[in-house]
Each structure stands twice: as C-alpha cells, then as structure tokens.
Design a protein around this ligand. Structure first.
Ligand SMILES: [Zn+2]
Ligand SMILES: [Zn+2]
Length: 251
C-alpha cells in the first residue's frame, strides 16, 4: 500500500491570549493534498500577522475550525473575512465552531467594523455549528467535536479531525476531562494546551494534568501549545514537544 501523504501542520500562532513570550494567539495551519484548500484550527485576533509572518496566504484558507468563542481563538475571523473582501476573494470560506458561532461572529464584526457583517461579498461565507457527539464534514475534514470544560459564553469544543488518513486531536482550552483521552484515541497528533506547569488555574490544562494522565492519552505524538510565561520557562519531557510560532511539522 502506498504511504499516505503527510499533513503539514504549521503553528503560525502558538501563544496564549496575552502575548506571553511574544507569541501570536492560537492559529494552526493544516495543509494536505486531499484538501482543496488549507484549513485553520482556531484564528486568534493576531492571526493575519501570524500567517503572513510564516509566508502563508490568508486568502488561501478554505475553512476555519474554531475550538471556542474566546477572542484569542476566534477574534481573527473579522479580519480574515474583511481581508477576503478587500482582496476580492471569490473562493468560499467555511467557519465551523460551536453553537453560537454565527451570532458571536456577527456581533464581533459589528463591534469592530460596524456594518461589516451585512455587506455583500464576492465569496460565500458559510457558518457550520458543531455539536458534541455529531460528526461533521468541514471542507473535506471529518470533524468530531467533544465537550470541553471551559466557559466561554458558548459550549467549548475539543476537536478530533480526520484528514488524508491521519487523525489530529486538539484540546483547545479546557480543564482536564476524559474527553481529551477519548478524542485523541489512536491520534497521530494531539495538540494540547499546556497553560501552566502545575499552578492550578481554573478551566485550563496544565502540563501536570498531561503527565498525570499520560497513560490515558493514546496519541502517538503530543505537541504543547497555549503556554504562559511560567510554562515557557520550564523544561517539559522530550516526549512532549513545545510548539513555537513558525514551527512546521509533518504528521
Ligand atoms: Zn479560552
Ligand atoms: Zn485561549
């Protein structure tokens, strides 16, 4: 059997909400030959700068999968959409996020650029709302959402994505929940929040949670993201690779 082509994963933004370590907010770029266009996993407010810094074209993005509706995960969408409008984009753009995404995206656009949610565009903007337990096809990716433990005014999601014969799981922001283990079963890659080393912070994943539950996490590879200054100063086990802005890996 021919080997399946790899998925190229670029961490355009690997930071937390507050610019710790000078990093951009969550923005993970996925490319695979079976996809018509690259896809983003989260699109924090700083994502257009993050993508361009990596030489990645925001106008090429076919879909954005949003883990939850906090600004450092979806706040870049108004800019991405307006950039498409001003650069005369014609290719459709799909936004897939939790229940409430349509309304929160409209509110964010109207807050930042009044009138921008209602203008007519040359490209189709589709919003898909994902529900835990319901698998959805998003621009060629099979997305399986799980319920995260992270209040954000809407349900937060852990995402399990199947594309090109590979499985990538992403915790988004969440306190430890068995759903992380379930979503990362047999995954080729788990992208895991590691906000703090071991300081208890509500609604977030610490590195200590990952090591404590290590035997329950069946993913073949774990990359850490969304790190605070505290976590960035630590030395995780070599089996847990820290992401950095601009890091590209193949899965
Ligand atoms: Zn959050
Ligand atoms: Zn966050």
């Amino acid at each position: 059997m021919p080997e399946t082509a790899p998925v190229t994963v670029t961490f355009a933004g690997s930071g937390d909400a507050f610019g710790s370590g000078g990093r951009f907010q969550a923005c993970i770029h996925l490319r695979h030959q079976a996809l018509a266009a690259p896809v983003l996993l989260d699109c924090g407010a700083t994502s257009l700068a993050a993508l361009r810094r990596c030489g990645l074209d925001p106008g090429e993005i076919g879909a954005v999968l949003v883990s939850h509706l906090h600004g450092d995960h979806f706040g870049g969408l108004p800019f991405l959409i307006l950039d498409g409008q001003f650069s005369r984009r014609t290719a459709p753009l799909t936004i897939a996020g939790p229940a409430g995404t349509r309304q929160r995206l409209t509110a964010a656009m109207e807050c930042m650029f009044p009138g921008s949610s209602q203008v007519s565009r040359r490209f189709d903007l589709r919003v898909i709302e994902l529900a835990p337990g319901q698998t959805a096809n998003v621009a060629g990716i099979t997305a399986e959402p799980w319920e995260a433990s992270h209040p954000s005014g809407a349900p937060a999601l852990i995402l399990r994505l199947a594309l090109g014969g590979k499985v990538i799981a992403y915790t988004g922001d969440t306190a430890w929940t068995p759903a992380i283990a379930a979503a990362s079963r047999d995954a080729d890659l788990l992208i895991a929040e590691a906000y703090y080393w071991d300081k208890p912070v509500p609604h977030h994943l610490r590195y200590a949670d990952l090591t404590e539950h290590e035997t329950e996490i069946p993913a073949r590879r774990i990359v850490l993201t969304h790190m605070s200054a505290d976590m960035l100063a630590r030395d995780p086990h070599p089996a847990h690779e820290p992401a950095r802005d601009g890091l590209t890996i193949t899965v």
